[in-house]
Design a protein around this ligand. Structure first.
Ligand code: ZN
Length: 123
């Protein structure tokens, strides 16, 4: 399933962040998915809930924002929102555009609860 590999990559990124921060409990993961990423929010959330427990042993909140597809015209540099997969510049009619947002799944933020009340830490 497409969503499972996306979730797997996402959790890998999150784990690297947690390790870089020196550990902690992940309480919320915030991601943005573009229309072109092919992410089905319900399937993604279901795969996330199932897999996050395997990776972090706890559940955490998932915040999934859907973002519109944005492209920039390589001819006149006009930025526009792509509707109905119409990849043509509305300003000059050029069909040569670069998608600058909305074609992937992006990790926006990870909220960590630092474990400061761990037993046996006091000296
Ligand atoms: Zn243009």
């Amino acid at each position: 399933m497409h969503e499972r590999s996306l979730v797997q990559n996402l959790l890998k990124q999150v784990r690297q962040i947690v390790e870089a921060q020196g550990g902690g409990r992940v309480s919320e993961i915030c991601v943005q998915a573009g229309d072109l990423s092919g992410v089905e929010p319900l399937l993604f959330a279901a795969a996330f809930e199932e897999m996050v427990v395997d990776v972090f042993s706890v559940e955490c909140r998932l915040k999934l924002d859907l973002v519109p597809v944005t492209a920039v015209c390589t001819h006149c540099q006009h930025e526009f929102e792509v509707l109905d997969f119409q990849f043509h510049c509305p300003e000059c009619g050029s069909g040569t555009v670069d998608v600058i947002q909305g074609d992937d799944l992006q990790l926006i933020s990870v909220t960590l609860e630092t474990i400061d009340s761990r037993e046996g830490v006091s000296s």
